[in-house]
Design a protein around this ligand. Structure first.
Ligand SMILES: NC(=O)c1ccc[n+]([C@@H]2O[C@H](COP(=O)([O-])OP(=O)(O)OC[C@H]3O[C@@H](n4cnc5c(N)ncnc54)[C@H](OP(=O)(O)O)[C@@H]3O)[C@@H](O)[C@H]2O)c1
Length: 211
């Protein structure tokens, strides 16, 4: 199956490599065309570079918006009419960093990224907040863990989106575990209690119930 990845920086590249290893075909686009081309060359025949963000969606059943939170709304507006029949996966954390590397939240405390992104998407879009729950390095090193797969948590309001994102999570070499609806996504974000954890399914389920 084919997934579009818009944004080929740190997390977009890691997700692309894992999905391609699991057999997914990819269409890549990025503001930085060189990074998309380099990634496609690394990934091999499984990935093609699209002409632009809209072109990336052609023939894809899902799109991963691997963008900084502050870039998400303008890209969603740009490609909105291509999103309605697709799964939209958002790994973005609502944070920004200054020149010294100090990280701060761009949303008010108590407001989750999932709620905000859901409000930006066209009606009928299937949203899952996923793949942004651990650093790119940890994501790559935790894939295909044996004997027990590591969990990737996700949040969605939509059962069909849940089935689709579970397939992508398994393709990437993880066991999917749903934490709840998109309003719960702050638990997955930087600073959330489920962020940057590498756990198996049993521990994951007990952690979900703890909040
Ligand atoms: N990196 C991680 O370890 C990690 C882990 C979990 C979650 N996240 C979250 O994932 C999000 C992305 O993080 P990142 O580290 O991958 O950031 P990044 O390295 O800056 O990558 C973002 C990518 O998006 C591209 N981009 C920007 N505007 C675009 C547009 N209009 N159309 C298409 N592509 C565009 C950028 O291209 P240019 O460079 O040319 O601007 C860049 O390739 C953030 O919200 C972050 O919190 C990151």
């Amino acid at each position: 199956m084919t997934t579009a990845i818009v944004g080929t920086g740190g997390i977009g590249s890691a997700i692309a490599r894992l999905l391609a290893s699991g057999g997914e075909t990819l269409r890549l686009s990025s503001a930085d065309k060189d990074s998309a081309r380099k990634l496609a060359a690394d990934v091999g025949h499984a990935a093609v570079v699209a002409a632009d963000n809209r072109d990336a969606l052609r023939g894809a059943g899902a799109v991963v918006l691997a963008l900084r939170f502050t870039a998400l709304k303008s890209v969603i507006d740009e490609i909105a009419d291509g999103l309605t029949d697709k799964l939209v996966v958002v790994p973005s954390n609502p944070v920004t960093a200054d020149a010294q590397g100090n990280v701060s939240r761009v949303l008010p405390e108590g407001q989750s990224s999932g709620e905000v992104v859901a409000g930006w998407l066209p009606a009928g879009t299937r949203l899952a907040m996923a793949f942004g729950t651990m650093s790119a390095d940890l994501l790559q090193s935790s894939a295909d863990r044996s004997p027990e797969s590591a969990v990737l948590f996700y949040a969605t309001d939509d059962d069909h989106a849940g089935q689709q994102v579970e397939r992508l999570i398994r393709t990437a070499g993880f066991e999917p575990v749903k934490i709840g609806g998109v309003e719960q996504s702050s638990r997955l974000e930087v600073g959330g209690d489920l962020h940057n954890l590498v756990v198996g399914p049993e521990q994951a389920r007990s952690l979900i119930g703890r909040a």
